[in-house]
Write a protein that binds this ligand. Structure first.
Ligand code: F6P
Length: 465
């Protein structure tokens, strides 16, 4: 995120919605009273500051008590819901992401094990599972039923893209007498969750809707990172290593790796940094220049001259303006179907080097879905479990239209509107991109301003699910 975006946020932007007073003693209260702070190390009445530098805080020119801050995540002494009579629902939506099953398992174990909630319904295949027809396929989730699912990729609940009629979904939840709904998904899914919470509110139904942000692209703002991202970029780094091995084993070998990342190039940036063998990274946030001394093609020439092989990593959303036609088709989530930048680069690098009299061997690697269909790595497994626990604590305490996340290492509650109001992107003037430039030694063409959200035709897409 850019510093300017952060400075525009006030305390009001960070306030989360609550269904009503929490009056029910928590079954966890005994353990909590023994601690000065909560198990997540921040007392319930404390706040987690948005700004973590003195300069940023000072620039706001407000008293310390008015600094924008998040409500901490973690268990509360008093709950809104009576655990024994609480009925919970879980739905996973959108594209696959490592850790979905860990979140499902974490929710079920926390609900049953710590709160004594004994009714947990899994709605199948994303928001379709909340329609009249889809709800027939729902299943009962139990601790026994979720045993071992965290070693599998994907989601045991199934998933789908696209929204469904909000009124119909709230009808289903009402008929099932669901009190708390956990929604695991990306920005479009979370917008849908907000609509469900708003519709329940209009009907006067005390429904807690709590989101757990999911995206391998890491494009949800105001959280340190989304779950599954680390696993996905680690898997992507393996593909880069394979391409590098291929390219460096033959004369004039070129490894070209295309990675997911529609609007945000975090996977490409992190996987490349992890690999240390990449000579150029192209991300959607930075314009792609092919021609000229500072362009990709001349850089590949120079790298081949110097070391005999070259490795280029491209995020799928990079360089879309190199195509004459603007992409118009959209998927069920409302996402623009992108042009194939990998194919274009493959052609241009091959043609350019051939025209220069060099016969390269180009190894094209597109790991595609393989980076997101794998089980979560140990780091993400821990993160997913803890996010799920934080989500249960938030819901039982009556938070709604709320997302759980981690900010500067601490679990916090965010209003859904904040998490869906902007997009996390690689800042072309930020320290991550600087690290990439330092690591690759790639040229920085002058005169082309960063694209970021200036690619209005792509960024003003309708809410996807
Ligand atoms: O949104 C996450 C993501 O993994 C993107 O990086 C990618 O463009 C998209 O999903 C592809 O998913 P699907 O083919 O399921 O639409």
């Amino acid at each position: 995120m850019h510093t300017g975006d952060q400075l525009s946020l006030t305390a009001a932007h960070l306030a989360v919605r609550t269904l009503g007073p929490a009056t029910v003693p928590s079954p966890l209260a005994g353990g909590l009273l023994d601690r000065r702070d909560t198990v997540h190390y921040v007392a319930e009445t404390d706040r987690v500051l948005l700004d973590d530098t003195l300069d940023m805080a000072a620039r706001r020119r407000v008293p310390t008590s008015e600094l924008p801050a998040f409500e901490p995540g973690g268990p509360r002494l008093r709950l809104f819901f009576e655990p024994e009579s609480t009925r919970a629902g879980v739905v996973t939506c959108g594209g696959l992401c490592p850790g979905l099953n860990n979140v499902v398992r974490g929710l079920v174990l926390e609900l049953y094990g710590h709160y004594g909630v004994t009714s947990v319904t899994g709605f199948r295949n994303g928001y379709r599972g909340l329609t009249r027809a889809g709800a027939k396929d729902s299943l009962t989730l139990t601790p026994e039923g979720v045993r071992g699912i965290n070693s599998q990729g994907g989601t045991v609940l199934g998933t789908s893209r696209g929204g469904q009629d909000t009124v119909e979904m709230v009808d289903t939840l009402t008929q099932r007498a669901i009190d708390v709904l956990f929604v695991v998904g990306g920005d479009g899914t979370l917008r849908g969750a907000q609509e469900i919470a708003d519709e329940a509110d209009r009907r006067g139904i005390p429904l807690a809707v709590v989101g757990i942000p999911k995206t391998i692209d890491n494009d949800i703002p105001w959280i340190d990172h989304s779950f599954g991202f680390q696993t996905a970029f680690s898997r992507a780094a393996e593909s880069i290593r394979a391409a590098h091995t291929e390219a460096s084993s033959i004369p004039d070998g070129v490894g070209l790796i295309k990675l997911m990342g529609r609007h945000s190039g975090f996977i490409a940036a992190y996987a490349s940094l992890a690999s240390e063998d990449v000579d150029m990274v192209l991300v959607p946030e930075v314009p792609v220049t092919l021609e000229g001394e500072q362009g990709l093609l001349a850089h590949v020439d120079r790298v081949l001259d110097r070391q005999g092989h070259a490795v280029v990593v491209v995020a799928e959303g990079a360089g879309q303006d190199l195509f004459t036609e603007r992409p118009t088709a959209r998927d069920a989530s409302g996402n623009v179907r992108l042009h194939d930048i990998g194919g274009l680069l493959r052609e241009r690098i091959t043609d350019h080097t051939a025209a220069g009299g060099r016969s390269i061997s180009l190894r094209y690697v597109d790991p595609g879905y393989a980076i997101r269909s794998v089980p979560a790595n140990p780091f993400d497994s821990v993160y997913c479990t803890r996010l799920a626990q934080a989500a249960v604590h938030a819901a039982m305490a009556g938070r709604t239209a709320t997302v759980v996340g981690r900010w500067h290492g601490r679990f916090v509650h965010l209003p859904i509107a904040l998490a869906t109001g902007s997009r996390n992107q690689v800042d072309p003037s930020g320290d991550l991109w600087l690290s990439v430039l330092e690591s690759t030694g790639q040229p920085v063409p002058a005169g082309r301003p960063p694209t970021s959200d200036a690619r209005s035709d792509l960024s003003s897409e309708p809410p996807g699910r």
